[in-house]
Design a protein around this ligand. Sequence first.
Ligand SMILES: Cc1cc2nc3c(=O)[nH]c(=O)nc-3n(C[C@H](O)[C@H](O)[C@H](O)COP(=O)(O)O)c2cc1C
Length: 315
Amino acid sequence: MDAVTDTNVYEPHQWKHSTIVAGVKWKNPVGTASGTFQLAACRWFYDVSQMGAICTKGVSPEPWQGNPGPRTAETPAGMVNSVGLQNPGVDHYLVDELPKLKDLGATVITNVAGHSDDEYAEVVAKLADSRADMLEINVSCPNVNHGGMSVGTDPEALHRLIDRLRKITSKPMIVKLSPNVTDITAIARAAVDAGADALSLINTLVGMRIDIRTGEPILSNRTGGVSGPAIFPIALSYVWRVRQALPDIPIIGIGGIDSGEKALEYLYAGANAVEVGAAALYDPTAPLRVARELDDLLDSRPELAAKLAAGETWR
Ligand SMILES: Cc1cc2nc3c(=O)[nH]c(=O)nc-3n(C[C@H](O)[C@H](O)[C@H](O)COP(=O)(O)O)c2cc1C
């Protein structure tokens, strides 16, 4: 394993290795994964403008309460959550979190949630002239009853939705894919054919825990989404398969990343960039630490670093 020389996130750092995702320059190839970053909490731990990109919690047309508790449980090497996309709604986001993030100098990906095509369209229309750098359409959340994963597991429904959203916005549009499908490449193709500029993968895998004292599911929603180190090799293979099927589409790899080495594996699998999720819930500085580690690891891989900086990928 390569030596990692600089992981102190509190020291000033000059980024050496950037990437380009769908025409947007990231100062390094590491972003935060949706739902695991909140400005009010994370800004006390690190300078958010240092991240390659900040991907926000999903925003919906109206405020959503999310699911009742319990919403999280531990799993072997990870966790299962059924937060249910709790958020204050797009109008609040537009006057609060988004301007604050932009004023701090962050590159912002706004994650979009909806219960129907109309709801996704309403949010995207409101974001079309906003300061968001990129939009990420979450068609893969396993924790809402309508929209979310039901769209992202049906190529025809997904094509219809992305085609409609494409006509509303010229912003770089990332489609976030679900692993809970038989053939992720068919879903990926549908998104790209309909006008997606990039893909991010994966969202969480459906899972659950049962309390053996009661014999009942721990999560009030019964099932939830599994994330964390346990899903790393699965997510990596999905990125690999999508890259083999679609050589040209920018890909953001997500799942189980908690070190620069794991981020590097995604880049070798063909990703342009990565996002760090669950690791930030036990170590809020994890996304920036991973970015620092990767920046050093890329020093000894000039060919890979040059490809990323030019908007290309290893394979
Ligand atoms: C508590 C929690 C909330 C999440 N909320 C969202 C969300 O709002 N939108 C979304 O697209 N993904 C959401 N995700 C999925 C993550 O962005 C990521 O795709 C997934 O957790 C896998 O990455 P990880 O193993 O690094 O956590 C959430 C994950 C967690 C753990």
